[in-house]
Every structure is written in C-alpha cells, then in structure tokens.
Write a protein that binds this ligand. Sequence first.
Ligand SMILES: Cc1cc2nc3c(=O)[nH]c(=O)nc-3n(C[C@H](O)[C@H](O)[C@H](O)COP(=O)(O)OP(=O)(O)OC[C@H]3O[C@@H](n4cnc5c(N)ncnc54)[C@H](O)[C@@H]3O)c2cc1C
Length: 286
Amino acid sequence: MIKFDYLEPTTLKKAFSLLGKHGEDARVIAGGTSLLIMMRQRLLMPKVLISLARIPKFARIAYNAKDGLTIGAGARHRDIELSPIVKRHYPLLHETFRKVAQPRIRNMGTIGGNLAAGDPLTDPGASLIALDATVVLTGSQGQRVLRLDEFFVDYYQTALNPGELLTEIRVPPPQRHGWSHIKFTPRSVEDFATVGVAITLSAKNGVCEDVRIGLNSVASTIIHARLAEAVLRGQNITEARLRELGEVAATEVDPMDDNRGSSEYKREMVKVLVRRAAQEAIQRAG
Ligand SMILES: Cc1cc2nc3c(=O)[nH]c(=O)nc-3n(C[C@H](O)[C@H](O)[C@H](O)COP(=O)(O)OP(=O)(O)OC[C@H]3O[C@@H](n4cnc5c(N)ncnc54)[C@H](O)[C@@H]3O)c2cc1C
C-alpha cells in the first residue's frame, strides 16, 4: 500500500477546509471498499485521505410522508437494507440493498461512496433512478441538487466537481406502487450484475399510468431507459406491448464485452429481463 496521511474531520466545514488545503493531493474516504482497491492497484495515489466517518448525522436515514426519504451519504448499505422505514415505504430499495455484494462489503460500503464512484456495474443507482431520486452535492460555496441521470456522466465519471461532496440522497414519497428489481448474476449471487433492472410502475384498469426504469451493467454508466418508458406510459398493458418494451430498452443500452458475457448476450438479456420486471411490477401494482 502507498503511504498517505489520514485525517478525520468532525464537521463538514472542516472537511471542506481540508479539501481546499490539500487540493489534488487529497481524496475523501467513506467505507474504503472501492478506494483502497484502487490505491493498492496504484490507479489512485492520494497523499492525504480525508475520512467522512466522523461527521455527525452523515449516515442519517429519515422519512416523512410529505417529503419522502432522505439518506445521508454516509449510510452504509446494511443500514439501508435493515432500515424499517425503507422496508416499509421503499421495498424496491430494501430489495436492492439486500443484493449488494455480501454482508462484509454491505457493512463497510456507503451509499455515497457507491454513487460517487460512478461504477456502471453497481446496483443502487438504477433503483434510485426508478424512484426519481435526487442527490445533494455540497461544496464550500453551497449546494446543488441533481437528478441521478444528470449525476451519472460516463464510465467512473460523475457530475461531482473537485472539492464537492455528495452529502444526501432524496427519494420522493412513493408514487408508483408496482416495482421490481432483477439482478441477473448467473456466475454467483455475490457477483456484480451481468444485467440489472429496476422498475416502478402504476397501473389501473389494464392501463399503465406511469413507469420509470433504471438499468445497470449495460452501458458505460447507469442509465434511465426513457424510450422504453414511453412505450408503456399511458398505454394498455398487453403481452405485445411488454415485448416491445423490452425490445426498445435493448436499443437504449450499449453493453461492454467482459467476463460476464458478450455485448450481444447482455442486450438479449435486457429484452427478456425488462419484460419480466415489468410483468412483476404490474402484478404488484394490482
Ligand atoms: C468485492 C466487492 C463486491 C462488490 N459488489 C457490489 C455489488 O454487487 N453491487 C454494488 O452495487 N456494489 C458492489 N460493490 C461496490 C461497493 O458497493 C462500493 O465499493 C461501495 O459502495 C463504495 O462505498 P465506500 O463507502 O466503501 O466508498 P469508498 O471506497 O470510500 O469511496 C469510493 C469513491 O467515492 C468517493 N467518495 C466516497 N464518499 C463520497 C462522498 N460522500 N462524496 C464524494 N465522493 C465520495 C471516494 O473518494 C472514492 O473515490 C462491491 C465492492 C467490492 C469490493
């Protein structure tokens, strides 16, 4: 491991001051599950690590019926998975966090570190897109709020500016009660997804009122499948429409060949899994 100084500010203000002081030499660390691997591989070589672990309320999870859910960026995967509030009001999130890696990683890794890494293979981003979530980015000069599909820019690239921190994730009150999450991991349940699909949907009298779809592991970043949504939104739900939904979703993705499968294989799986996820969400929507 490379040599570095380790600093533990106890307020956000101190964290920003340290970030300003050390500039490009510094990197923030939350759970360290991604960052330490990159440092061992010499992909990142910060001279200073600024820990976010001692900042008060950084891991807070709160809910009210008017504003919905707020999750502090320092909340660990396991905190979210086990939160009774999340389980009750956002079953899609409970299901998603239950499937992230294995308990060892879930007990260390944070939602902020997961999203800030900008890794297209990770799960929470797609489900948060399906739930219309926004992220709060805070810098020494103030805050800005972005939708997640604006936040994810490209491969390991997000809209975070140097010196900015992801401080909070906001999820509006649940609007669509049908949901489904499919994490397709043919190699091992603990693996990253070969294809990940998250969907929320509302339906009445056989008509889809509204739908949101997030996909991971199928492009250089986590994506919002807008064209597919347009196929179903406001339409009668039929088998043919659901097949078209999957086919259109497959035109929105651009998967990479890797040890989890070829680009063609993943595209075919998007067709199948988006259709299946929609069927499950429709059943749950009643
Ligand atoms: C073996 C293994 C298996 C995994 N499997 C899965 C999986 O199945 N599904 C899945 O979704 N993920 C998986 N992951 C990824 C894991 O979820 C992430 O590593 C974890 O969420 C990152 O969080 P962290 O707190 O450890 O971040 P860190 O490693 O501390 O940081 C990651 C990056 O984010 C930056 N950062 C951290 N917090 C903030 C912040 N608040 N604001 C701005 N920048 C910040 C850091 O500077 C760093 O660049 C796996 C990881 C491992 C090691």
